[in-house]
Design a protein around this ligand. Structure first.
Ligand code: FES
Length: 257
């Protein structure tokens, strides 16, 4: 169910002057990509596909450039999130100071786990790497504002104030009802070491989804030269298809080697 009250077109029209002002601050328009995406996230509560397409067109770059940049940064949410994004540090300093207990308390109190959003759409909860405030463990960010030296009493107070609408930090905009998680499955698979299968019908190595640049070809050349069996070692489509690999290497005469 959408709670959007302003169409994307209206939002884009409203934000266009601010986007143009950001672009004017840089020598290269594409340098304004991150601030423009922050601006849309502030207004939409997340970075929607429409916002990414709009940014690509106003900056004169491809949608793939925008998507790959936005997906690199975990502080951009590509799915709707709760009004309060709670990010608890699980880094070393916080862990030795009791972060495990704090995280357990949050999970029990909110009834949700890592990367999950509560059913009422109020809270999104995440356990994150070092927040660079190691001298004040256990710390967290709420909508990017820091809170230090957490205790269960502080957490009780904090959550009660968020529920009552009296918390010191403003809630995020929420233009669409969030789902159970904002995490994008494909990213999780890549971070687990499972690579994308690649595009289909890509005969040339330098096309998007192809075998990649010269370094990829050199690596494949070594596989072939050393007679290492590639089949079964990778899920990648072109690696699975040994004849395509041989064709590509043949075309490029082993990338000049
Ligand atoms: S370990 Fe928590 S802020 Fe560095």
């Amino acid at each position: 169910m959408s709670t959007r009250t302003e169409s994307f077109e209206a939002l884009a029209a409203r934000l266009t002057p601010a986007c143009e002002a950001l672009i004017a601050q840089y020598e290269e328009p594409r340098s304004a990509l991150l601030p423009i995406m922050h601006l849309f996230q502030e207004n939409e509560g997340f970075v929607s596909p429409e916002a990414m397409r709009f940014a690509a067109s106003i900056l004169g770059v491809s949608p793939a450039v925008v998507e790959s940049t936005v997906s690199f940064y975990t502080l951009f949410y590509r799915r709707p999130v709760g009004k309060y994004v709670l990010q608890v540090c699980r880094g070393l300093s916080c862990t030795v100071s009791g972060a495990e207990e704090i995280m357990k308390y949050f999970r029990e109190k909110l009834g949700i786990g890592h990367l999950q959003t509560s059913d009422d759409g109020l809270f999104s909860y995440e356990e994150v790497e070092c927040l660079a405030a190691c001298d004040k463990p256990t710390c967290m960010q709420v909508n990017l504002e820091f809170f230090y030296s957490l205790t269960s009493a502080m957490i009780d107070e904090m959550i009660a104030a968020m529920r009552a609408g009296t918390f010191a930090v403003a809630p995020m905009a929420q233009t669409q009802t969030p789902g159970k998680t904002w995490s994008v499955k494909q990213d999780g698979e890549v971070s687990m070491g499972r690579k994308s299968l690649g595009a289909t019908d890509v005969p040339h190595p330098n096309n998007a989804g192809g075998l990649g640049d010269a370094s990829g070809l050199i690596m494949l050349d070594r596989f072939v030269t050393n007679e290492i069996a590639m089949r079964g070692r990778s899920n990648e489509r072109l690696v699975q298809d040994a004849s395509s690999v041989a064709d590509v290497l043949g075309d490029h005469e082993h990338a000049g080697h």
